[in-house]
Design a protein around this ligand. Structure first.
Ligand SMILES: *[C@@H]1O[C@H](CO)[C@@H](O)[C@H](O)[C@H]1NC(C)=O
Length: 254
């Protein structure tokens, strides 16, 4: 071992600190090329989910999903079908918007030796019918689900953790409606029982809530950023363009 490596190892050992590994660096939204190294277009399961937006985007279409200046921009625009199509996902709402969603190529799996920290700065619409989010959901089955950012058409962000579809803890924090950027952070750590995950949520550097996910240890999660519309955020949604921005996003694990 090189002496300086030895010194570092002793230092980390004494402090009980584990080295951090970057999963998604803070420049993943610096260009389309960098974006495509770390993110995929749409949801892991396709273009539709539980709201009125059908997601549109690919390496040749950045009208609803774009990345530049370390900022991801998702844009929803109303569609004008005389007979709207319906979502292919439950509960099959009518599609009234074209919008954007991305998900991280790396899955997130909290274990006894891997705690995760997720950080980002969000300019989030809060108008009725706008339903942006920044969330983790199970790769196999459901739940686990933890929502770090979820805005449901009011001046609040919701932190949520689902143990089952009906056992959910939600903590609401007031969110400014002026589209200014505010940071959110979640730290996910395995509990000593080896089964449950503790999630500590902060906004603008201030700790706001702690929640626990039953049996989340070892379960692979997708990280999704989406601009869904209507659904849980009310309807009708905006008649014009809605923009949701996320910048300086970073994911690390120990
Ligand atoms: C979910 O399960 C965890 C672990 O048992 C528990 O601490 C937490 O209170 C549960 N959440 C709710 C909303 O009951």
């Amino acid at each position: 071992m090189h002496p300086s490596t030895f010194t570092l190892a002793v230092f980390l050992g004494v402090c009980g600190v584990r080295a951090q590994t970057t999963v998604i660096p803070s420049n993943s939204f610096s260009s389309i090329a960098t974006f495509e190294q770390y993110w995929n277009y749409l949801y892991p399961w396709g273009s539709d989910h539980n709201g009125a937006a059908r997601m549109v985007g690919s390496s040749s279409d950045h009208s609803h999903i774009n990345a530049a200046s370390n900022t991801l921009t998702l844009i929803a625009t109303p569609t004008s079908n005389a007979v709207p199509p319906t979502s292919t996902a439950n509960p099959h709402p009518a599609i009234h918007y074209a919008s954007g969603t991305v998900y991280a190529k790396s899955q997130i799996t909290v274990t006894a030796s891997a705690s995760y920290t997720l950080y980002g700065e969000f300019s989030s619409p809060t108008a009725v019918g706008t339903w942006p989010a920044f969330w983790l959901t199970a790769v196999a089955g459901w739940p686990p689900e933890t929502d770090i950012g979820e805005w449901k058409g009011t001046a609040n962000n919701w932190f949520n953790t689902f143990n089952t579809s009906s056992i959910v803890r939600s903590d609401l924090v007031a969110w400014p409606t002026d589209l200014s950027f505010h940071s959110l952070q979640a730290v996910l750590t395995a509990e000593s029982n080896g089964a449950d995950v503790r999630i500590d949520f902060s906004m603008d550097g201030v700790h706001k809530a702690t929640q626990y996910g039953a049996g989340f240890v070892g379960k692979a999660l997708w990280l999704i950023i989406d601009l869904q519309m209507e659904g849980s955020s009310g309807s009708p949604g905006p008649g014009g363009t809605t923009t949701y921005k996320v910048r300086n996003l970073k994911v690390t694990h120990t």
